[in-house]
Design a protein around this ligand. Sequence first.
Ligand SMILES: C[S@@+](CC[C@H](N)C(=O)[O-])C[C@H]1O[C@@H](n2cnc3c(N)ncnc32)[C@H](O)[C@@H]1O
Length: 276
Amino acid sequence: MPDRSGVPFPSYRGNFLALRNWRQSSWLLLGRDATSKCIRGVAFIVVPRNYFDSQAIQGDVGMKIAARGANFIVAFLKSYGPSNLKRYFWDREFAGTKWDFIDRTEGDCVYENLEKYANNGSILDLGCGPGNTANELSTDAYQKYIGVDISEEALGKARRRTVETGRGNRNFFVRHDFVNYTPEQEFDVILFRESMYHVPIGKIKETLNHYIKYLKTDGVFIIRIATSDAEHAGANKPRPMAMVQLMEREFDVVEKRRYEHVSRPMILVLRPKPLT
Ligand SMILES: C[S@@+](CC[C@H](N)C(=O)[O-])C[C@H]1O[C@@H](n2cnc3c(N)ncnc32)[C@H](O)[C@@H]1O
């Protein structure tokens, strides 16, 4: 029998607790929140038996693989899980510091596009986050803004910032899963700003089709989607690129532009194809 004594059982590395050894071929991973230390995700990974015999899987390398596995599962559940689980994971993240970097995004490329298409009218922002769009967009660009988000933590930030900016008469927020939200009016712009990524790719067409009836006659969808990141050093990330291609196929593209920020955000302005 190989000596596995070097592999701790259980062991903590950062925010992951790995319980290994069930039939020598699997790891149960418990991911914990960095600040509260509460368990926030569970993953079960089966690895071929002889994999454990290699030194490479042991110690920190093993933990990195475990961490990646757990991250992958949380990301999967945030897009494909039931609404209450999605809400749980998003709330935990917004309660911590993970998303603090989107609190202030003045000057973002999305604003010039919103200002062009909002017609000083109405905007529906699906996956609105902490209220950056609602409070950074020029007040000359719109009269009414509705932000929808699954996370009450994010919406709390959005509402507080709206009070600070004095926009309470035009910014409104609703907690809902955008996959099945039913608006009560039509909009000049329906926006998915860095939130389309969380719609299962097989549901993008269905989700946009659901919202078509809430676009005004000349209304448009605006999609902002990051297509790279520092890890990819400017190279395309496959999943967002596949999403872009799918939307281009299914809708009329009014505008498409890729910006030279490190995340290479793509802006797509879409209209429904005319009925034939
Ligand atoms: C990456 S953040 C983007 C926030 C903001 N739009 C921005 O670009 O700064 C994604 C947002 O989408 C929200 N979200 C993810 N899945 C959702 C869903 N199914 N329904 C509603 N909101 C969702 C998250 O809570 C989060 O606020």
